[in-house]
Structure formats: C-alpha cells, structure tokens
Design a protein around this ligand. Structure first.
Ligand code: CTP
Ligand code: MG
Length: 230
C-alpha cells in the first residue's frame, strides 16, 4: 500500500558497543558477509512507505559507511522513490537520534527510529509501524515477556508488562520537540517513546516480532558469526 505522507527512517549505527566488546563496534561486525547495520538499511529500503533513509555513523567509520551504503544502492542513493544519506552521530544515543532527525528532508512528516544493532526487523513490521505512526502520531512495537519478571522484593504482573523494540515511529516534529525538551530538563531515557511520553503523549502499541532481537552481548550473535571481528 502506497501512503501519501512522507516517512523517513533513522538507522542508528554510531554506538560504541561497550557491552559487546570486540575490535569494532558491534554494528560493524559482519552478518552474512555484510556489516550488521546494512541488514536494516536493506529492509527499510524494501518498504514502499519509506522514502528516505538516514544512517547515523560514528566519526571513525563515517567514510566507510558512506561507501558501503553507496555500493548497496549502486551509486544511486537519491532516486525518486528513495534517498539515502549517512551523517555523523554523537556521544549518546539521543545525540545520534537528533543528528539523524535533523538530516531528514523538510518534507518528511513521520520518522521511524531504528537500532542498527537490530538486524532482524522485517518489512512487515516496518510497514505496520509506519502506518501506526501516521495514524496515531506515535507507535512502539512491543512483545509480551515470556519469562516472569520480578524486582528484588516481588514478582511483577506479567500481563501488564511489555518488551520494547524498534523501529519506533513518530510525527517528526513531535519527536524533535521531545528531545529538545529532554535536553533542557535533563531527562534521559533508553528509547524514543520515553521522550515523547514526557510531552504527555501515550504511544500506540504495535505487535512486535520475537525475532527482532537487539544484539547487545556476544551471546546474542549467531554462533557462526561470534568469532568474526571485522
Ligand atoms: N547508538 C548510536 N549512537 C550512540 C549510542 C548508540 O547510534 N551514541 C546506537 C547503537 O549503534 C545501536 C543503538 O543505538 O544501534 C542501540 O544502542 P545500544 O544497543 O545501547 O548500542 P551501544 O550504545 O553501541 O552499546 P553499549 O550500550 O553496550 O555501549
Ligand atoms: Mg548504549
């Protein structure tokens, strides 16, 4: 289904991957022969609703990421259907998100923000988040926890809990305002929805995907890739 609003994607690939360790930040490790973040770039590029992709990279890898993205788009990173650019990120995730949002075109009304370390999101999930973002203004993919979750003191009511994923989708101007306000108030969250919630907005929940894992620690890598450090 073609949508008549403009939706862009910010793919975050500027982190340090401290918890993963290794010679290069985790999003640069090879998965099926390509740097991990490229899986997300390819999947977003295959979604008709997405007309722009901004990849946010760390300074040390900026040129390399640019070259890789250009190669995948066969030099044609700015067609009528889809444009792709690479920009430099910042020290913390919010800095990288803002760098990406700022680089999206002026005509982009909705933005999907995705972790470059989450290579398994499907075109179906991206399309559903894009649709929900346009309909509700804020959309977050979630799944139910399979394990019981507790604090040190007590077991929590699992039926009220969700595990949160990306891509999360928002009206771009609202998300940017949320980050600007958070910077003024000193608020720091671990996902984009928590920033928008500071404005009093309750995001719409979209069914996430059990396979949409974020690669965080070495055990999250598929076995055959675990030793691959380049
Ligand atoms: N990210 C980013 N810029 C930052 C920090 C994080 O673009 N300054 C990106 C990461 O590259 C990743 C996503 O945000 O794709 C989710 O962050 P996380 O899993 O925490 O990655 P890292 O911050 O790199 O890992 P760690 O927290 O273990 O250092
Ligand atoms: Mg981090």
């Amino acid at each position: 289904m073609q949508q008549n609003y403009q939706t862009g994607a910010v793919i975050l690939a500027a982190g340090k991957g401290t918890r993963m360790g290794g010679a290069v930040p985790k999003q640069h490790r090879l998965l099926q022969g390509e740097p991990m973040y490229m899986a997300s770039v390819r999947t977003f590029a295959a979604v008709p609703a997405i007309s722009e992709i901004v990849v946010v990279a760390d300074r040390a890898h900026l040129q390399e990421v640019r070259a890789t993205v250009e190669k995948v788009f066969d030099g044609d990173v700015s067609s009528e259907r889809l444009a792709a650019i690479v920009v430099e990120g910042g020290a913390e995730r919010p800095d990288s998100v803002m760098a990406g949002l700022t680089a999206l075109g002026r005509d982009i009304r909705y933005a999907l923000v995705h972790d470059g370390a989450r290579p398994y999101a499907t075109t179906d999930l991206i399309a559903r988040v894009a649709e929900a973002a346009a309909k509700f203004g804020a959309a977050v993919p979630c799944i139910r926890p399979r394990d019981t979750i507790r604090t040190a003191e007590k077991t929590l009511d699992r039926s009220a809990l969700y595990l949160v994923q990306t891509p999360q989708g928002f009206r771009k101007d609202v998300l940017m305002s949320a980050y600007e306000q958070a910077a003024q108030n000193g608020f720091a969250g671990t996902d984009d929805a928590s920033y928008v919630e500071q404005l009093g907005i309750i995001p719409h929940l979209v069914e996430g995907e059990p396979g949409n894992l974020k690669i965080t620690i070495p055990e999250d890598l598929p076995e055959q890739e675990a030793d691959n450090e380049c």
